[in-house]
Design a protein around this ligand. Sequence first.
Ligand code: PAN
Ligand code: ZN
Length: 195
Amino acid sequence: MLNPEDLFAAFDPSTGTIDGRPTITRHLSDLRGLFLDSTAFETAVGDKDPVVYTVASIDFARGEGQLHCGLGVINPGRVGSEYYFTKGHLHSWKEAAEFYIGLRGRGLMILEDEKSGESAVVDLLPNSTVYVPGHTAHRTVNTGDTPLVYIGVYPSQAGHDYSSIENRNFRKVVVEKKGAPAVMDRTDFSHQYQS
Ligand code: PAN
Ligand code: ZN
């Protein structure tokens, strides 16, 4: 059925909402265990447990060949020197690729091949796209001082597998160094925070 009311969706990049569609909110406490500095993390969670990001989604059509999309907004912020980021995931249907489209702010995507472990860190900027191939874990990082706003478009059957990332995390971290974002290997950092 080509019902214009179903096919059209208005979104607001300043609120991160899509009219009539659900939004999920991730607070800092939802990201426990993923940041390098657990002491800085607990201090930052504090009483207020700030919102790190929201995702509004359109999942109107389901089934083979159908698409879903998410409007993501990551607030600016850091835990210690590490910039705010999304949980990160693989798609449950491993073959599922995804297009990210940058709308506002500036950030990076950390991509990691699930088999080889090869990493790539790619700019996510307004008026640009990032292609996430299948079998690739992906995390989005806000390296700016304004909200990072983007859309992700993916097969309706993709699904989200968070558990492998929660267990092993990404090999690359994005930290502030002398006022600018720097991409480092996690292994170069983790020893600093082991008690
Ligand atoms: C995106 C992500 C969004 C939030 O819509 O779901 O950036 O990241 P997490 O799902 O890792 O919390 C996407 O990649 N969908 O497949
Ligand atoms: Zn995805």
